[in-house]
Design a protein around this ligand. Sequence first.
Ligand code: KG4
Ligand code: ZN
Length: 358
Amino acid sequence: MTSAVASELLLSIESTCDETAAAVIRRDGTVLGQCIATQETLHEQFGGVVPEIAARAHLERILPVIDTALTQANVRGENLTAIAVADRPGLAGSLLVGVVAAKTLALAWNKPLISLNHLHAHLYACQLIEGAPANIYPAIGLIVSGGHTSLYVCRTAIDLEYLGGTIDDAAGEAFDKVAAMLSLPFPGGIEVAKLASEGNDKAYSFPRSMIHDPGDDFSFSGLKTAVRYAIVGPGRHDFASLNISDQVKRDVCASFEAAVVDVLVSKCRRAIKRHRNRNDASPNSINRLIVGGGVAANQRLRRDLQAAADKDGFELWIAPPHLCTDNAVMGAIAWKKFEAEQFASLDLDITPGLQRGF
Ligand code: KG4
Ligand code: ZN
């Protein structure tokens, strides 16, 4: 590493949903400072992220969070090389806070601005796994988060082609809604997974929607409704007043989690099979899967994907659990855009990202 590269520092800002995060990342990938302020306690009573509350909380936290990351890294804003911010997809008010902060600092410190697709950054977290090869691309990418469940062809870190995605709920949203039905704490994914590990995954036969569909789309709303019917039957909403036994909760969670994971694994296997050609050295041949987003932290998903990779003979990289949920470290992808000289202007606007989410 040259001393020039060693001294090149990026400030990455993330505020797409309900985490306010900043990181200072050296060009060689070393993270010198990082800070995440979560908002879980603010949204808990509502059982989901409330956009207005999220935006206001970002506004209060964004500067202290950036300040903490810079202080940890022992760097002054004037000495940064560039400033990166996730400008899509996300909640409008949340995105706006990060984007306005990044634009203001870029103007004040006269630094280049880089805009990031949050989903591409989630996948790039796989590149940050210790021991990963210098380049994990090309790959098929699975994003599985609270807001998205999508498959991509990732030619490079920053050249992605959308293959398909959920036509209704994201997998993480289904986890959160099932958690709410069972009166589990928010955010629910991790709580459902905990109970699932002690339950019988065959206790309920929940639907695996679109599992036989040859395309790359997903659907999880039917599964969510099936869980609801299993718990209370149609037409009731007062879950809180239900007295569901702990064993039923564990079995519902295990059966639900199995249904989600079966669909995700099956769709990934099919996408890989379609894109690989073992006898073909052409760049169109892809035999590698990368997986990112909050639900990628799920242990059953990680286990079953690994089993599929071993069986089918494809390479698998799943983001490290601490980089699955929202963070600014995955904003290291900005160095790829820096190298490609893909800079944003100071009139960067969140509107295009709101219109086309992925
Ligand atoms: O990527 P992320 O932090 O935010 C979005 O970009 O959406 O993902 C959050 C989602 C939530 O729905 C949360 O319940 C889910 O990831 N999640 C999990 C687990 N940990 C987080 N779902 C299943 N199992 C987990 N262990
Ligand atoms: Zn995310």
